[in-house]
Design a protein around this ligand. Structure first.
Ligand code: BGC
Length: 428
């Protein structure tokens, strides 16, 4: 850990570097094209997400860099990735794109990404970032991406008034979830606010995997892709539990966006939503207070564990110097303490870098910060496969398809396991 003095001097260095870069960019931007603009692809279009991305825009504008928005709506980013591929293949990639986890390696292997190691070294990123974060940002040992946050995915967001009205208590195990959810239903509420989109099905599936099987099983089966762990009695139990949740989702869930599901909890129509902490951004935009209007608890059976999902921007190789400078300024701004604070207060996540004060963050963020550290020590810090942190995109797609096919059909748990195993084998 770093002492306060070091952090202050690092911040000063960073500011100096940023102003040098900004000055260079200004000098270089005398061509007719607005050379210091960045075009940024992302999928942050909900209320909380838009507030977050607007802050990045604002920071860059302060540093003299213009913003061309390339937003592709669709939670989880599947649509955005499809559009990005077609832009890149046609030789016209954006300056930066929201790319995460092992996909960064895939884009790097294809030769698309820019080396931003100069900015990273000048600002000491190796010491500012936990290794679990910095490892993902590098390709062949060089930084090609900058992390904006760490989301915790294994959360459950609940409306305490709904629970109280129904005489139910917020469950901490999946077995108890089934009991409490029945009470919510009997009182006329939707028990599980859910949007029937493949990535949301996978998000709930992932929480069940961790809650039922624990972190060791999670890692063996869904990170190492160990076939014995996958084709096991534990996976059968996972599918049985996941299948039991079908009854708690309302008939209007197919196609529903995740933030609309969050608003069902906000408005007291539903008891809980299983969703990453980007959901907190929606409670914030709605003016709700944690502890009274809503409660964040670990998804059933997962307290103490932390399923991480790191958002990052990967940078695409540029052909002119001014665009490269603008890109470098963006990279440096992203790691600043002010950006990491304000962005994450809006986004619901926690800073990706060390040395940011906890003071302004709420209890859910503190829980996430504490769980990140303790889970890392106890081996229960796991990468989110539903959010592209654990597997190649091909295997990740196979898991998502299996989860969604199962959840939206009357497939038996045994068939669910068989399909999962077969589709992972085919995608490997
Ligand atoms: C991203 C989040 C985003 C969420 C919903 C996740 O995959 O990591 O930043 O808020 O999808 O769109």
């Amino acid at each position: 850990m770093m002492g306060g003095v070091n952090i202050i001097s690092m911040e000063k260095n960073m500011k100096n570097t940023i102003s040098t870069l900004a000055a260079t960019a200004l000098l270089a931007s005398t061509t007719s094209v607005s050379a210091a603009d960045v075009e940024v692809l992302h999928w942050w279009t909900s209320g909380g997400e838009a507030a977050s991305v607007n802050y990045l825009k604002e920071k860059l504008s302060g540093a003299g860099v213009g913003w061309t928005d390339f937003a592709v709506a669709g939670g989880g980013g599947e649509n955005a990735m499809t559009v990005l591929k077609s832009r890149a293949i046609s030789g016209n990639p954006p300056t930066a794109a929201q790319i995460k986890g092992p996909s960064i390696q895939e884009w790097g292997d294809l030769g698309f990404l820019a080396d931003i190691d100069g900015v990273a070294q000048a600002n000491d990123w190796d010491n500012l970032l936990p290794a679990v974060v910095s490892d993902v940002m590098k390709h062949n040992g060089k930084y090609v991406a900058a992390p904006v946050n760490v989301h915790r995915v294994n959360w459950m967001w609940s409306n305490p008034e709904v629970y109280a009205y129904a005489g139910a208590t917020i469950p901490t195990t999946w077995d108890d979830f089934m009991v409490q959810a029945k009470k919510l239903q009997a009182a006329g509420f939707v028990a599980l606010a859910h949007g029937g989109q493949p990535w949301q099905d996978a998000t709930v599936f992932e929480a069940v995997v961790l809650g039922v099987g624990g972190a060791d099983y999670y890692n063996k089966a869904f990170v190492d892709l160990d076939m014995d762990a996958l084709d096991s009695a534990t996976t059968l139990k996972v599918f049985e539990t996941f299948g039991n949740l079908r009854q708690f989702v309302d008939a209007n869930s197919p196609g529903r966006d995740w933030n609309v599901a969050t608003s069902m909890v906000i408005e007291g129509k539903a008891g809980s939503q299983i969703m990453g902490d980007w959901a907190k951004g929606e409670f914030k935009v709605a003016g709700k207070s944690v502890g009274t209007d809503y409660v964040c608890t670990a998804a059933p059976g997962t307290s103490g564990a932390h399923t991480f999902n790191i958002d990052s921007f990967a940078f695409f190789a540029q052909s002119d110097a001014a665009s490269t400078e603008a890109q470098n300024i963006m990279a440096a701004e992203i790691l600043g303490t002010d950006f990491q604070t304000v962005f994450n207060l809006n986004k619901g996540s926690i800073p990706a870098r060390l040395g940011v004060s906890r003071a302004e963050f709420d209890t859910c963020a503190h829980d996430s910060m504490d769980a990140f550290v303790s889970a890392s020590a106890s081996g229960s810090l796991v990468p989110s496969f539903a959010h592209g942190m654990a597997m190649s995109s091909a295997v990740g797609g196979a898991v998502t398809d299996s989860a969604t096919n199962f959840f939206n059909s009357d497939q038996s748990a045994a068939d669910g396991v068989a399909q999962l195993v077969a589709s992972i084998k085919a995608a490997m």
